[in-house]
Design a protein around this ligand. Structure first.
Ligand SMILES: Cc1cc2nc3c(=O)[nH]c(=O)nc-3n(C[C@H](O)[C@H](O)[C@H](O)COP(=O)(O)O)c2cc1C
Length: 164
């Protein structure tokens, strides 16, 4: 093993975090229906799962306010952020109180009744098909029932604790 690249070490948790900081990911805002209105959260854990049926997965910490709204058959929306949406990501990533987050960005009601970010890279309207608890998080499988895409491809990328 090359010097400087320990495979297993006592400080594995720190090494894991350092490794994940090197994992660049595009940022989305995940929105669900809460008891008192929509609930939204910034997430980098969106992954394309299958095209048939069209489905994504998202990993959500059970401590987040979004998590309480996640149950099978519930609607879920995924808004893929564009490069100019850094302020939206920061607001929904914990930078703003939950009730004020939807004041940042141009949110408009979509067919499923949840707010959709009008100038997002893409908007996916989904229904939750399955959930799997693992560690501190739930893996949520969401089937896409409606999609809208923008003309340009300019995703907002998060890496090493900052935005590209
Ligand atoms: C760029 C970015 C990506 C994030 N990705 C995730 C994620 O994939 N899953 C998750 O549970 N939290 C993620 N978070 C953290 C949540 O957005 C943050 O904890 C948020 O404040 C939770 O909402 P709450 O304050 O309403 O509980 C991310 C935060 C940022 C800034």
């Amino acid at each position: 093993m090359a010097e400087g690249y320990p495979l297993v070490a006592a400080d594995l948790p720190d090494l894991f975090k350092a490794a994940m900081r090197r994992l660049a990911a595009s940022v989305s805002i995940v929105v669900a229906r809460g008891d008192d209105g929509p609930v939204g959260m910034a997430a980098t854990s969106i992954t394309s799962l299958t095209a048939d049926p069209p489905a994504v997965l998202v990993c959500v910490n059970r401590m987040t306010s979004l998590h309480a709204s996640l149950v099978p058959t519930a609607p879920l929306s995924v808004n893929l952020l564009a490069r100019h949406h850094k302020n939206v990501s920061m607001a929904f990533g914990g930078g703003m109180p939950r009730a004020e987050r939807f004041q940042v960005g141009n949110w408009q009601p979509a067919d499923n009744g949840l707010p959709a970010l009008a100038d997002a890279q893409a908007n996916l309207e989904c229904v939750i098909d399955a959930m799997l608890a693992y560690g501190t998080h739930s893996i949520v499988i969401a089937r896409v029932i409606r999609a809208r895409v923008s003309d340009t491809v300019e995703p907002l990328i998060y890496q090493d604790g900052g935005y590209l």
